[in-house]
Write a protein that binds this ligand. Structure first.
Ligand SMILES: [Fe+2]
Length: 194
């Protein structure tokens, strides 16, 4: 059990046996590899990768039928690809209705596209004294929508607000299978309206 699980916070750690053959991902991986190799800054890289994910957004069948069912206990993360040099990795997330992440931020840039359903994102900022979080906006991402972001300023919480299972593809600027998660920190703090 990880420290986060022990504290009652579900980890974003991966399930399964590592990279699985994912037919249909080849064009996306080739395109992302090309733009990541430009070594632009994180924000620019996230924009370039988002452009490629919009062009090469796969169907939910990128995951197996078993993976697409989800898990009643928590949302699931399935590693679909990890670059050998650690430059990026591709993860499929499956959310049952109502499932959500803890409030967290990330160790690197992230780009995500919704393959099925709706993902609702709440964004927060940390007050100067780091005593509480301030609501900073929200986004509702429907099937087919792609977004990207880069730290700092990426404190958020994501949940499935739809009636059915939601599926999304996330691309991170690191090999999450090596470091165990894309999360830099979890924020268990009071929330204040902006
Ligand atoms: Fe996140």
């Amino acid at each position: 059990m990880t420290a986060n699980e022990a504290a009652g916070r579900p980890d974003l750690t991966l399930v399964g046996q590592g990279p699985t053959p994912a037919p249909g991902l080849d064009d996306l991986v080739t395109a992302v590899r090309a733009v990541v190799s430009k070594h632009a800054d994180w924000r620019k890289t996230s924009q370039l990768v988002a452009d490629e994910l919009r062009t090469h957004l796969p169907s939910p069948e990128i995951l197996t039928a078993e993976q697409r069912v989800g898990d009643p206990d928590t949302h699931q993360s399935h590693l679909l690809h990890a670059e050998p040099d650690g430059a990026f990795s591709v993860v499929g997330l499956v959310w049952r209705p109502g499932q959500m992440t803890p409030i967290h931020d990330h160790v690197t840039w992230c780009v995500f596209g919704v393959l099925q359903g709706i993902e609702y994102e709440e964004v927060f900022t940390l007050d100067e004294g780091s005593d509480y979080l301030i609501e900073a906006g929200d986004n509702s991402n429907s099937t087919g929508e792609v977004s990207g972001f880069a730290p700092p300023g990426d404190i958020h919480r994501v949940r499935n607000v739809g009636d059915g299972t939601a599926i999304s593809l996330h691309i991170y600027g690191t090999d999450v299978s090596r470091i165990g998660s894309s999360v830099r920190r979890y924020y268990d703090l009071p929330i204040r309206a902006s």
